[in-house]
Design a protein around this ligand. Structure first.
Ligand code: AMP
Length: 180
């Protein structure tokens, strides 16, 4: 977990190689669906481009498909899911059904000004449509409003590890691996 621009995707893709487990990024999955112009893609596009969350029912369907597909793996990294309290609940029900549990919830932290600068740069590098100036700040607000409460939830369960997201990519990877 962590606000947009904190480096979740970058870190998760390094960690998937380190631990040799799949990386399930809901943002990436949705962007692929949009590129394919699928049913899910068509619905998701307008939410993503407005900086809003795609409906929970769509997300749990996607997560269920992936967790079933990877059920024989040693584990997996969920990147960008769950993102609100309803998704935490949906995930808990699904994990129970699959007889699985979460080992650790990692929250990567950084200051808002740093994040906005990173997202402006990412827009230049990748052309991601939801990194447009107006949408960046909306996504930060949605994060603090909807995702921040789930950090409290995992802290309360004793599962939360907080990692400082300021520094080089390698420094942050080391911090995450040490904390795991
Ligand atoms: P990300 O790549 O994780 O920053 O996600 C990009 C966008 O995809 C988000 O701003 C949301 O619009 C959508 N999205 C990704 N994951 C979720 C989720 N768990 N729930 C709802 N929407 C999501």
């Amino acid at each position: 977990m962590g606000p947009p621009g904190v480096g979740k995707g970058t870190q998760a893709s390094i960690l998937k190689d380190h631990y040799e487990i799949p990386h399930i990024s809901t943002g990436e999955i949705l962007r692929k669906e949009i590129a394919l112009n699928s049913g899910i893609g068509k619905i998701s596009k307008k939410y993503i481009n407005d900086g809003l969350f795609v409906p929970d029912e769509i997300l749990i369907e996607i997560i269920q498909d992936y967790l079933i597909k990877f059920k024989n793996k040693e584990g997996y990294i969920l990147d960008g899911y769950p993102r609100n309290l309803q998704q935490v609940e949906d995930l808990e029900i699904l994990l129970k059904k699959l007889n699985q549990s979460i080992d650790v919830a990692i929250s990567i932290t950084a200051k808002k000004e740093e994040l906005i600068n990173r997202l402006i740069k990412r827009r230049k590098d990748t052309g991601r449509s939801d990194d447009a100036i107006g949408i960046i700040s909306k996504r930060q607000d949605v994060y603090w409003d909807q995702t921040a409460p789930i950090i409290k939830h995992y802290r309360g369960k004793g599962m939360l590890k907080e990692v400082d997201g300021l520094g080089t990519i390698e420094e942050i990877t080391k911090r995450i691996i040490n904390t795991i």
